[in-house]
Design a protein around this ligand. Structure first.
Ligand code: URP
Ligand code: ZN
Ligand code: ZN
Ligand code: ZN
Length: 473
């Protein structure tokens, strides 16, 4: 029997979608979903395998649209390769990632993209796409945006209002890239911080002798995130209401500006990440000694004395924040975060989390922050729609890829670096005990994880050519 005709029936579970949680069986044929059936309706069918999902949720595989596997950054390289990072994603119920190819100033966009294809091809356990980071917006890069959107399946471009001299685009470059995106139907993703002002605050802190990790957060005030979000929204308006997606939102002020733009009907969208929902500047970034280096990322963790985390959960409920991604960008504590001992500005920015997003946000359901449907919507369906992968990804429907997670709502997930599968020597969520656990994962009809046994393989994952956002008016 060929793989193309192999039939699997997932029986007895509750299918969770954006609109409900309904007892249904799922018939998989080859790589696709063939049918959703009333419970027991598939009993007479001839199938090759049955997956008993009694007592379980059955959901579309997680879609993490913000990862950085093996990203060269901060004088080192993110510690997960496409192979280790996508394997870890499977363990956490994520079956699609969209990573970032990087063009730096002076580089030819198409060549940079080719280099990223080379890193990923043949190594991914799950399907993957790319956004393109533009670190050097010039005439050639602008032309390349059209080519990538039309021919290469890359319909989203990330710009930085932070990291002067590395990735930062000035307002003129941002405006030009937004105008180009308006013309070719692509989305601008924005890292919204005021890089020039932050650089001044960083120099002043270092001159005072404030070198510990907590100063990473204290020199990136939340007001500056709000300012940058506001500026990005205004620039996108001037450029023709360019679809704008604010990445890694951490601050109340940012949520406020986004909500305001959305209430005006603007094409403004945003994501947050689990670290901003659960970790704080005081408890984590401000941990004694150099321990806080584990929690250095940008935007930074915010103060627990303000309402940031509560506002982010609220934003997820109201859809002002549409997506939860991880911004998975892991650097080991021992030999990588170490680069910034004695100077917080040299700590590589980023945290690992691709493995635990589904569980951490399910905990939000358990805690009453989100509905079950909204969990699936923010972690799977909307990211697929936002970045042009729907209905192939993000939904269990006839014809969709059979990326399926069987999730045990009564299971327990204990997060620890001792047991996780990411190539990083610590966990930002060490010791978290969560209600809910991934039991079985299918990627395009193939079981890649079942009850703690991994059976995925590098090269099973294919590059996804994406279309424009399906989340626009
Ligand atoms: O600290 C972070 N977020 N590192 C990854 C790069 C980025 O800005 O997303
Ligand atoms: Zn090409
Ligand atoms: Zn960023
Ligand atoms: Zn990132």
């Amino acid at each position: 029997m060929s793989l193309a005709s192999r039939r699997t029936l997932v029986t007895g579970g509750t299918v969770v979608s954006t609109t409900g949680a309904t007892p249904m069986d799922v018939l998989v044929e080859g790589e696709r979903i063939a049918a959703l059936l009333a419970p027991g309706a598939g009993e007479g069918f001839t199938v090759d395998a049955t997956i008993d999902a009694a007592g379980m949720y059955v959901l579309p595989g997680g879609v993490d649209v913000h990862t950085h596997m093996q990203l060269p950054f901060g004088g080192t390289e993110a510690s997960d390769t496409f192979e280790t990072g996508t394997r870890a994603a499977v363990w956490g119920g994520t079956t699609t990632i969209v990573d970032f190819a990087v063009q730096r100033a002076g580089e030819v966009v198409q060549e940079s993209l080719a280099a990223w294809h080379e890193k990923a091809a043949g190594n991914c356990a799950i399907d993957y796409g790319f956004h393109m980071i533009l670190g050097g917006v010039d005439d050639d890069a602008l032309k390349a945006m059209d080519h990538l959107a039309e021919h290469e399946g890359i319909s989203s471009f990330k710009l930085f209002m932070a990291y002067p001299g590395v990735f930062l685009s000035d307002d003129g470059q941002i405006l030009r890239a937004m105008q180009q995106a308006s013309g070719n139907g692509s989305t601008i993703m924005m890292h919204a911080e005021n890089g020039s002002a932050i650089d001044v605050l960083v120099s002043q802190a270092l001159a005072r002798g404030d070198v510990d990790p907590v100063h990473h957060g204290l020199t990136r005030p939340s007001a500056m995130e709000g300012e940058a979000v506001n500026r990005a929204i205004a620039l996108a308006e001037v450029a023709g209401d360019t679809p704008l997606y604010i990445v890694h939102v951490s601050a109340s002020q940012a949520v406020e500006r986004i909500a305001e733009a959305r209430s005006q009907g603007r094409n403004v969208f945003a994501e947050t990440c689990p670290q901003y929902l659960y970790l704080t500047l005081e408890d984590h970034l401000g941990a004694p000694g150099f321990e806080g280096a584990k929690y250095v990322c940008s935007t930074p963790l915010r103060s627990r004395h303000e309402s940031h985390a509560a506002d982010l959960w609220k934003g997820l409920r109201t859809d002002d924040l549409a997506v939860v991604s991880t911004d998975h960008c892991p650097f080991c504590f021992k030999d990588q975060k170490e680069l910034g001992r004695g100077n917080f500005a040299k700590i590589p920015n980023g945290m690992g989390g691709v493995e635990h997003r589904m569980d951490l946000i399910h905990q939000g359901v358990v805690d009453g922050e989100l509905s079950l449907q909204r969990w699936v919507e923010t972690c799977s369906t909307t990211p697929a729609r936002m970045f042009g992968m729907y209905p192939r990804k993000g939904v269990l429907a006839p014809g969709s890829d059979a990326d399926i997670v069987v999730y045990d709502p009564k299971g327990t997930t204990r997060i620890s670096a001792e047991t996780h599968h990411m190539a990083i020597d610590y966990s930002a969520f060490e010791g978290f005990e969560l209600t809910g656990a991934v039991r079985t994962v299918m990627s395009r009809g193939t079981v890649v994880l079942d009850r703690g046994v991994y059976s995925g393989r590098p090269g099973h994952g294919r590059f996804l050519k994406r279309g424009p956002s399906q989340y626009l008016r």
